[in-house]
Design a protein. Sequence first.
Length: 329
Amino acid sequence: FYRVDPYGFERPEDFDYASYEAFFSRYLVVLTRRAIKWSKLLKGKNSVQKSLKVKRYIRKGIPNEHRALIWMIVSGAQTNMEQNPGYYHRLLEGEKNDKLVEAIKTDMNRTFPDNVKFRKTADPCLQHTLYNVLVAYGHHNKAVGYCQGMNFIAGYLILITKNEEESFWLLDALIGRILPDYYSPAMLGLKTDQDVLGELVKMKVPAVAELMERHGVMWTLVVSRWFICLFIDILPVETVLRIWDCLFYEGSKIIFRVALTLIKQHQAFILEATNFPDICDKFKEITKGTFVTECHTFMQKIFTDPGSLSMATINKLRETCREKLLSQG
């Protein structure tokens, strides 16, 4: 049982159990303390109002037993679900686009092959749930349909909510509101945000930006999966969930905070690179190890390391980057 984590992911052969145990015994104390604070905050109610206190609580991590509820509330998914009763099931019962269905089916076995809950042999097998959520979403948002990356995000939502309809509405919150235009066919929002990160690195970690430029490494080569998969399969599960806690409440700028923290923290290591493949390898390396496993300290760092980062700054950069991309056609 040890080889599988609480979310159903098999641990790799070279998993460092010793340092993980050391981290987790410390983190358990934090989790217990947070759980008590959260139950006091919720007082058995199924609702919470946005406030500075709630934002602070979310930054310190939502206990797993409240995670689905809080994500639903702060992302607006709960409201949408309540205002559209039966909508999800109508989508599943309606006419289907064969091409969309085929594309989704093809990706089913490729989604989390290392997770026991997504195996065909599992009971219940989460592949069915995942298939439903993606098919419903593709018919709900025809402009997006289905694109790779969405399967991983929907899969994570299912693991946390254990609820098909809630996963659908959370996916809608992410793709429709929180992430600007990441999954549309042209992926303009995604390309824009990768360029925005490049601009932010120029401002905050200029030596790394200079290295990338000197060796002609495009940002999209090293960070596109960070954005598309929202750090799934890049960072450890607990860390990804803590990032998502903030993402649902504070929006897409959290992704930049995480990316900048990874780059800033490992600046010296990245700058040792002397050529193109070397740089790409370094970017793979910086998402491993104790710095990212220690999710509690890591999350404190993402709010201090990059310094101030306002939505206004990001939106201004988005405008200029988007115009540049559009003019390049």
